[in-house]
Design a protein around this ligand. Structure first.
Ligand code: MLT
Length: 406
């Protein structure tokens, strides 16, 4: 008789954003006339930039002719896109990354969940707390996290690195030695980040302790301050200890189009074993390549027009971030983030729990955010708002929050 992967039974509740969607749908069924403003999941709202739409149209037309039609994409990605990434995201920043270190995928979420397959079952993972839930849940599914304590909401075998307002949301080196360290910078969910020197400290720590860093750079396009790294490979030695995940979702609005890439440097080795070769083997076996038309759209992100249009799009969302940040501050809330990232992380008022504040805002202001505790125990008492709404909705949401009387 077949048996299931029992690790799945250990997962508490449903995926955070599925739970939120369920609550919002129930609210709308009970209150069909209410106009709910969604500043919960970090999903973009602005249309794809014209340069990207043009590239998509051209690629679709190519698919209509026998001479230019494409079938399976190369499993590691088309050379034209991998080269554009190397030139623009790496060489332009002085990082020596080559085309065969870039692996094109259908987005950073799946790569961030799948990358753990490269490591031994007994590996200890270290995560920031709060954290993007995919890093932990994917390791739960793989049986790497031990047992779950519902009262404290922690896994026995996960090393948590608290990020709270007391430590300025900067993770400290853990007391126990991890094998795999997940870092997302600028950070989801707190919207905060660390300096390049602090990141160099993490690279040095990983090298010294024999750990690998899984570096999620999904929000790098939102960095506005000088002394913040756009890639971990700006740090010395990072090619020997870090894998970088990149996304087209947030910088170019591809949440519904799906495209990402993972960088696995050839210097990253475990003894004689090359992680680059392992990821290539895994990709070849389990993935058939992102669609041609989508990779052409990705290439357009790096065209001169694309770059200019996306700069404006990022500025649009960051104007929303300022509206939320300043509006909440004026209303007396304690807020963080929103300077180098499209997320604002606020303290809940009057010591309300994160989920109580979620319910309160949904009912009183018809505004959806994300409860901080959904990202980990240190997120309790915090609440996340995304800057990815439309400008008009963001302004209205702020007005409603201010009037909600909390
Ligand atoms: C979020 O809201 O945290 C992100 O949009 C989720 C994701 O990128 O998968």
């Amino acid at each position: 008789m077949f048996r299931v992967n029992e690790n799945y039974q250990k997962l508490p509740g449903s995926y955070l954003f599925s739970r939120i969607a369920g609550k919002v749908n129930a609210f709308l069924q009970a209150n069909p006339d209410q106009k709910v403003i969604r500043l919960g999941i970090g999903d973009v709202t602005q249309p794809l930039a014209p340069a990207i739409i043009d590239a998509l149209h051209r690629a679709v037309d190519e698919m209509a002719c026998a001479e230019t039609f494409r079938g399976y994409a190369p499993d590691l990605g088309y050379e034209f896109l991998r080269s554009a990434i190397v030139e623009n995201d790496y060489r332009a920043r002085g990082c020596d990354i080559s085309v065969d270190e870039i692996f094109i995928s259908d987005g950073a979420k799946s790569d961030s969940a799948n990358i753990q397959e490269l490591f031994a079952d007994c590996s200890r993972i270290a995560v920031c707390d709060p954290v993007y839930p995919v890093y932990v849940d994917s390791n739960v599914m793989a049986g790497r996290t031990g047992t779950y304590d519902a009262a404290s909401e922690v896994w026995s075998d996960v090393i948590y690195m608290p990020c709270t307002m007391e430590n300025g949301f900067v993770p400290e080196f853990p007391r126990e030695t991890p094998d795999i360290i997940y870092l997302c910078l600028p950070n989801n969910p707190t919207g905060t980040t660390i300096t390049k020197e602090q990141l160099q400290g993490w690279v040095d720590y990983a090298i010294k302790s024999g750990a690998v860093i899984i570096y999620d750079a999904a929000y790098e396009a939102y960095i506005s301050e000088e002394n913040v790294a756009h890639s971990i490979y700006e740090c010395e030695g990072a090619k020997t200890c870090a894998i970088e995940l990149r996304s087209f979702s947030k910088n170019a609005g591809f949440t519904g189009v799906r495209l990402g890439c993972t960088v696995v440097p050839k210097e990253l080795r475990c003894g004689d074993v090359s992680l680059n070769a392992m990821w290539a083997r895994r990709h070849g076996t389990k993935f058939n390549g992102a669609p041609y038309i989508v990779q052409r759209a990705g290439e357009a992100v790096y065209s001169e027009e694309g770059k200019a249009q996306l700069k404006e799009q990022v500025a649009y969302y960051m104007r929303n971030a300022a509206v939320i940040r300043d509006g909440l501050k004026e209303a007396g809330y304690t807020v963080f983030g929103g300077v180098n990232a499209p997320y604002i992380w606020m303290k809940t008022p009057e010591k309300m729990s994160s989920w109580d504040f979620f319910d309160y805002l949904l009912e009183k202001a018809n505004v959806v955010g994300t409860p901080g505790s959904g990202f980990g125990p240190c997120g309790e008492g915090y609440f996340r708002l995304t800057a990815f709404g439309s400008y008009e909705n963001t302004q209205e949401a702020l007005e409603r929050i201010r009037k909600s009387g909390c």
